[in-house]
Design a protein around this ligand. Structure first.
Ligand SMILES: *Cc1c(COP(=O)(O)O)cnc(C)c1O
Length: 389
């Protein structure tokens, strides 16, 4: 994961006053991303939605709603959250809907997207009866992706995500207003160009009769070296070819990208062939992508192992041997009680965190644009217990 960190440097003493562990969203950094996304949408005459899968910190949704056109949800719970807190367009797509959720999703959504012709033919009529203004779409598989790993590649062999060209017929297309694809992961506009070419080659003949297309997420638009002009040109050229189509993008990560940190504390330092700092947070429970993806989070004031004079393995406070964030070096020796600040921890963290091993969830705080810090939520024993029965 490329970082090119560009974070605000709030005073370390402010962080000392926060509970630990704690996620801290910085609204001004979020707004910076939102302005970039709004500018892309305006210049390319497209609509941009927040993918709740990646970032769902709803206390910031008033701000998100000032800039973005709505959200995309992956099922009933995200659709409800978007409708209640963001209060703009809600586009819901699920790999497979549960029948008991259909009516509530239909009432809550503006667009409802199906993954397969079979669910579409079973449910489309019913949901449009519930909500006659609902726009129906189908996710397709362009069978082309430059995604870095199969776990993030919806076009990999045997993928369940999206309908193949060979399984799509005119009869099915007659029932829909739009097509959707999602085939990128943290990628640049050049990767979108490749997918778009495959998409048009396979599905282009259906486009003149439709109302919209949705280019999914994975566009790393707010990363400092992302080719935004390339994206605007690509979108404009597409819209010129299909003047009938509204175009949607639905990034998640690009919204939450580099907008805040996870603050933790050193609980103990042990030695076994190297110095190991045990923290009050967990890679496994709070930053799972550091293990799954995997990637190495940046730590404020730290460098790669061996670069500075004091090197430590930073590790989590669960009993999983592999609960390790990585090896980092510091100018000073760490001591018990020191704060460790993991950068860029707003996306795919809170939405994935668990109470594995009884570890408390990090508190949630926000640094408002006016400079005030609010601690929004602390988690305790009841949050752990209530998830288990
Ligand atoms: C995950 C996902 C997104 C968001 O992807 P990001 O990589 O966070 O931008 C958008 N649409 C769909 C269908 C997804 O599955």
């Amino acid at each position: 994961m490329k970082s090119n960190l560009q974070l605000s440097r709030i005073d370390d003493s402010i962080l000392e006053a926060l509970p630990s562990p704690c996620w801290l969203l910085e609204e001004s950094l979020l707004e910076r991303n939102l302005k970039i996304l709004r500018d892309i949408a305006d210049r390319s005459d497209t609509k941009i939605l927040l993918a709740l899968k990646g970032y769902a910190m709803w206390h910031s949704f008033d701000l998100v709603g000032e800039y973005l056109d709505g959200c995309c949800a992956s099922g009933l719970h995200e659709a409800l959250l978007g409708a209640q807190e963001l209060k703009k367009e809600v586009h819901t797509y699920s790999p497979a809907y549960r029948e008991e959720d259909l009516d509530a999703i239909a009432r809550t959504s503006d667009h409802m997207l199906f993954n397969s012709p079979s669910q579409l033919s079973r449910f489309a009529e019913r949901v449009t009866r519930v909500n006659p203004s609902l726009s129906i779409g189908l996710r397709v598989n362009p069978e082309y992706s430059e995604a870095p790993k199969d776990i993030y590649n919806p076009c990999a062999p045997y993928s369940r995500l999206g309908t193949l060209q060979k399984d799509l017929d005119v009869e099915t297309v007659r029932k829909i207003d739009g097509l959707h694809f999602h085939a990128l992961c943290e990628q640049d506009s050049s990767a979108l160009a490749g997918v778009l070419e495959a998409f048009e080659e396979k599905f282009g003949r259906y486009l003149p009769s439709l109302k919209w297309v949705n280019f999914g997420g994975g566009h790393h638009i707010t990363r400092v070296d992302y080719d935004r002009e390339g994206l605007v040109n690509l979108l404009r050229a597409f819209k010129k070819r299909y003047e009938n189509l509204e175009v949607y993008l639905e990034p998640g990560e690009a919204v939450g990208w580099q907008t805040g940190s996870l603050i933790a504390t050193v609980l103990d330092i042990v030695h076994n062939g190297m110095d190991i700092a045990i923290l009050d947070t967990s890679a496994e429970a709070h930053m799972p992508d550091t293990i799954i993806m995997p990637y190495r989070a940046d730590v404020r004031h730290a460098a790669k192992a061996g670069k500075k004079s004091h090197t430590y393995r930073l590790a989590g406070n669960t009993c999983l041997a592999g609960d390790i964030m990585g090896d980092y070096s510091f100018d000073r020796a760490l001591k018990v009680g020191d704060r460790i600040i993991f950068e860029d921890q707003m996306h795919y963290t809170m939405v994935k965190a668990s109470t594995f091993n009884g570890i408390p969830l990090p508190s949630i705080a926000v640094l408002r644009k006016n400079g005030e810090i609010e601690v929004l939520r602390r988690f305790g024993y009841e949050d752990f217990k209530s998830r288990l029965g």
